[in-house]
Design a protein around this ligand. Sequence first.
Ligand SMILES: [Zn+2]
Length: 199
Amino acid sequence: MEIFFKLSRCPVCKENASSSLGACKSCQKSLFDPQISKDLVYLGDYMANLERAVKALKFHNSHRLSKLFAKRLAKEIKQAQWQIDIICPIPLHWSRYLERGYNQSGLVAKELAKELNIKYSKLLIRKKKTKQQAKLTRLERSHNLINAFSLKAINIKNKKVILVDDVITSGTTIASAVTVLSNAGASVKIASIAKTPFN
Ligand SMILES: [Zn+2]
């Protein structure tokens, strides 16, 4: 009984019971502060409860949260009336995928594609096993990501793509992925769960 209770607690506040979308009703209301511009939408700064929620999705198998994030991103994207053909996640390197068993950005991207009724496609391959970005200096970070991605043999000329990431930190990861897609003739917009403040 006690184990069941613990399992069904909200992964964000760890206080209330969780819901079908993972987080409790109260967290669902207070979790987001969405920011949208021409090419970027994210649901809030990577801190406090939103940071806890992303970590729960990423490291603690709270897969239902991907639906909550996707629903909210979809709402913002619909309001902004973005025209989109393909939704694509930022891939993990295969070795990290094996380690974790899932790609958190992929979970959100798949749900987002369902919400918007748009095609989901994994366009990118992560070529290099990049070191954990957080442990590197800014200069090392940009070197770490040069040619980190390559494109699968899919024609995306003139396609409009939403690239989905979990957290935008320095922006170098996403910039590297955007470059690969743009060079193949696609126009790219970005949807992220969170963004680190102050950069
Ligand atoms: Zn909660």
